[in-house]
Design a binder for this molecule. Sequence first.
Ligand code: 5GP
Length: 198
Amino acid sequence: MWSRSVRQKKGIVFVLSGPSGSGKTTLAQALLQDKKFSGKLEKSVSFTTRPRRRGEKDRRDYIFITEQEFRRGLEAQKILEWTRYLGYYYGTARDFVDSRLENLRSLVLCLDLKGAARIKELYPKNSTTIFIMPPSLEELARRIENRHRETSREEIGKRLRLAKQEMARAKDFDFCVVNGDLTRAVKELKRIIVKKIT
Ligand code: 5GP
C-alpha cells in the first residue's frame, strides 16, 4: 500500500527516442495539442550547444547555450542527463523535470538513445520509453535531407550511419511506434500515454 501511494505522487516521464529524422518532435507537438492531456503533460526543453536552425526559437525548441555554460551547468548539477551528439552537447534541465514531477505532471522528453537509457535508470518506475521507428531507411534519408537543407552532406551522412545503428536497438524500449503515417503514429502514442496518465 505504502509504495503504491508513493508512486501515485509522481508524474511519468515519457521518453521519445529514435534516429534523427524519425519525427519525435513532430509527434510530441501533436500529443501536446490534445485537450485530454492539457495540464497533465508537458514537453521538456533541453539545453544545447548546437547552433540554432532556421525556424527554431530559443526556450521554445531548445535553450541555446555556449559550451562553457553547458560545462558550468554540469558542474552545478543542473543537468539531469546529457549527451554529445555529432560534436554538440545536449542536456535535460534537472529543475524543469523535478518541479513537474513533484506537481504530479507528466513529461515528454525527446532524447537520443543514451538519454533514454539514463532516464530509465533514474526513474525505473516512473518512466516509459518509446522508440520512434522510421518506416524505412530510404524515407529517413529523404526526411533528413529535407530538414537539413542548410546542413553539410557530411553531417547528413553521419546522421544516417548513426540511425542504422540506433534502429537495431529498438528492442530495448518499452514500446516501438512506426512513424510512417503521422496520424496513425499519433493515435498509437496517445493510446500508450492515456493508459498511464488519465
Ligand atoms: P537535433 O540536433 O536533431 O535537434 O538533436 C540531435 C539528437 O539529440 C536527437 O536525437 C535529439 O532527440 C537528441 N536530444 C535533444 N535534446 C537532448 C537531451 O537533452 N538529452 C539527450 N540525451 N538527447 C537529446
